[in-house]
Design a protein around this ligand. Structure first.
Ligand code: GLN
Length: 195
């Protein structure tokens, strides 16, 4: 059983917690540095990246999360969470956690009212994966090590950079747990690495 932290400052926290529990893993809400102790993986949920970024700083979580990343702990960002992970944000000089080697563009699929759900075929995960897009970002450029896992309308919407997984959409707002299972696979892989 893995212990997965969910950054619980703003956004779709409960939905991630529920999906983790549904898969019989332990889910922990992360609000302070102490909550990061002993977690095997961290999920950064969707919400509003500017607000979450400010709360990360206010709650003194920036350095502790970056230190955890340094140890190789897998991290999964959904929507705003992807923006938090990215090393570059188009049009902004200040990234947040600055961990995943991608550049993202915010709000690339229209406004809040333009939210939509599609079924994506993701070769390494499965066919018919429901994806909910809500003022979603997309990945504009990727570093050499980054693997593109899914595109939608020729835009990168799911990618992996070693220990980091980032997606534009909200898998936690659907019944489909396949992407979370893929992330738990990354967590299990990492926990087998001798340290
Ligand atoms: N548009 C939001 C942002 O830029 C992300 C939206 C979401 O997480 N659903 O932070």
């Amino acid at each position: 059983m893995a212990k997965i932290g969910v950054l619980a400052l703003q956004g779709a926290v409960g939905e991630h917690m529920n999906q983790i529990k549904l898969l019989d893993h332990e889910a922990v809400e992360v609000k302070t540095g102490n909550d990061l102790c002993g977690i095997d993986g961290l999920i950064l949920p969707g919400g509003e990246s500017t607000a979450i970024g400010k709360l990360i700083e206010r709650n003194d979580l920036l350095a502790p999360i970056q230190a955890l990343a340094q140890q190789g702990i897998p991290m999964f960002g959904t929507c705003a969470g992807l923006i938090l992970l990215a090393k570059k944000i188009k049009g902004s000089i200040t990234p947040h956690l600055c961990l995943m080697d991608v550049e993202v563009e915010r709000n690339s699929f229209g406004r809040q009212v333009d939210s939509f759900e599609v079924a994506l075929a993701i070769p390494s995960i499965g066919d018919d994966i429901s994806a909910v897009f809500i003022r979603a970002p997309h990945i504009v450029t990727i570093g050499e090590q980054v693997e593109i896992l899914a595109t939608y309308e020729e835009r990168i919407v799911l990618a992996r950079d070693g220990q980091f997984l980032g997606c534009s959409f909200h898998p936690e707002l659907t019944d489909n747990v396949r992407i979370l299972q893929y992330f738990i696979g990354m967590v299990n892989e990492f926990s087998k690495v001798p340290r």
